[in-house]
Ligand binder design. Structure first.
Ligand SMILES: Cc1ncc(COP(=O)(O)O)c(C=O)c1O
Length: 481
């Protein structure tokens, strides 16, 4: 039986500080005495606890003491067989998850709107991507989640795939039928890996969609720092050891993770887990209430739309996370990035992100009515001053190019820099991401065809934005020699 009131790492940190140890180990600021300006600003505790690994504080690479105990509590809180503290961000957790599941030459099925850390993992391990097409929301100009049908289509074309990667939820809150996906994959001997960068809170309140572990997935990367309350960059990896071996996962982590992990980050993971396990349900009930109140008010402002649970059942939205509060202002004639800047510059409100039609607020454990009231007031004020025409854009029929090299082969290959219009028939050496709807037009190792070139030109001449290439104007593309 686990006692979630305990915080093994945080408690050991406090005991270490009380002992007033004389530090002849690194870090060289020696409890802040060598970085006085920083210590004066942040206070003694932070610098005195910015310490290195040692017996009483345990070792992240091979935990046998307080980190081992804290990781066991983490696993229990999230219903996993193994839990691992990660201090290199969820990007790293995603990379470990993929590298632990597939090897060079293996096929992995994944949605085309994955975070770049997943593609980077393919570069690292040499696996071959098989893309599923996420459902596109024309009104919001974003991609939502995948459907079981898109998974079936990918599997039928590639029955030798070893794993399936799922986003739970997308940035804008859409989830797929994860339980059905897990059943489908496990009955075909495929592992299920879940990117829960934006879904840490799912496990702690039944009003949310199922978490990866609840649905029976094999591995999940959870960004405790995003919606779980821990410090930026701290994250966790969870393993269901049905097939995946926990010792092997530790080995993959140790290939790349620092040997000098920050105790400030690990201590925050410990305390965040305690809070979620003991109080998560009640805190999240409150956040859902606040989010639904804000959504209702925002939808009363002319020209503003905040997608909500009414969208469940729409393509790519099997279920929805109400704590994702996006504001779509295209009917007001206001671009989402402009809104994002306006809110920060004129109203002192920092949104999570802005894209062509939307600006996204993420509500989490520290939010309350005062925050959302400020947002509602700002949007009301903006609406009273802003009278634009609805933003239209040329709808582009995306059809994805053929993968001919693994992302790893494409990444390491010699490249030529070629004018966009001359790239037909060449293999892309970079990934060009288009907004809307936040999907690569072409990625590493894909064959550029006339349609890709046409799409890039269209994006450049319309309201669209393209990122990811070395030439910011996309006049030239790096292709394989
Ligand atoms: C879906 C998704 N996965 C992974 C990550 C990576 O997380 P981190 O920023 O902690 O490295 C992000 C970051 O925004 C993300 O949106």
């Amino acid at each position: 039986m686990f006692d979630h009131k305990k915080t093994p790492v945080f408690t050991a940190m406090q005991e270490y500080r009380d002992r007033k140890v004389i530090p002849f180990d690194v870090p060289g600021h020696k409890h802040g005495r060598g970085l006085k300006e920083y210590k004066d600003y942040f206070g003694d505790a932070m610098l005195e606890l910015d310490v290195n690994s040692m017996k009483p504080l345990d070792f992240l690479g091979n935990p046998i003491g307080v980190i081992k105990d804290a990781e066991a509590l983490l696993a229990d809180a999230f219903g996993a067989d193994h839990g691992y503290f990660i201090v290199n961000g969820t990007s790293f957790a995603v990379q470990v998850m993929i590298m632990a599941a597939v090897r060079s030459g293996d096929k992995i099925i994944l949605p085309r709107n994955v975070h770049k850390s997943a593609i980077n993992a393919l570069i690292l391990c040499g696996a071959l991507p098989v893309y599923m097409e996420p459902e596109i929301d024309e009104e919001m100009g974003v991609s939502h989640n995948i459907t079981l049908e898109s998974l079936e289509k990918a599997y039928t074309a590639h029955p030798d795939a070893k794993a399936v990667f799922i986003i739970n939820p997308t940035y804008y809150g859409a989830v797929c039928d994860l339980k059905a996906v897990v059943e489908y994959c496990h009955s075909r001997d495929m592992l299920v890996l879940v990117d829960e960068a934006h879904g840490t809170h799912f496990h702690f309140n039944d009003s949310f969609p199922l978490s990866g572990m609840q649905a029976g997935a094999d591995v999940s990367a959870v960004s405790l720092h995003k919606t779980g309350g821990s410090l930026t960059q701290s994250s966790a990896l969870l393993v269901n050891d049905r097939v995946i071996d926990g010792h092997y996962v530790r080995k993959v982590i140790n290939l790349m993770q620092t040997t000098s992990p920050s105790y400030l980050l690990m201590g925050s993971l410990d305390v965040a887990r305690k809070q979620l396990a003991l109080h998560g349900e009640a805190m999240l009930d409150h956040i859902i209430e606040v989010a639904e109140y804000a959504r209702k008010k925002i939808n009363e402002i002319p020209g503003c739309y905040a997608i909500g649970r009414e969208s469940i059942g729409n393509p790519g939205i099997f279920n929805f996370d109400p704590t994702k509060l996006s504001v779509t202002t295209r009917n007001m004639g206001l671009n989402g990035m402009e809104l994002y800047d306006l809110l920060r510059d004129e109203y002192n409100i920092q949104m999570e992100t802005g894209d062509i039609f939307n600006s996204l607020a993420i509500l989490s454990l520290g939010d309350d009515y005062d925050h959302v009231d400020a947002l509602i007031d700002a949007l009301t004020d903006i609406q009273s001053k802003f009278h634009g025409e609805r933003i239209e854009y040329k709808k582009i029929d995306l059809h994805y190019p053929e993968v001919v090299l693994t992302p790893r082969e494409a990444f390491y290959a010699e490249k030529d820099v070629v004018l966009l219009e001359d790239t037909a028939g060449r293999i892309s050496g970079e990934s060009l991401m288009s907004y809307p709807p936040g999907i690569p037009v072409v990625s590493y190792g894909e064959l550029i065809n006339a349609s890709v070139i046409e799409q890039i030109k269209l994006f450049k001449s319309s309201h669209g934005i393209i990122t990811g290439m070395e030439d910011p104007e996309a006049n030239t593309i790096k292709v394989i020699k």
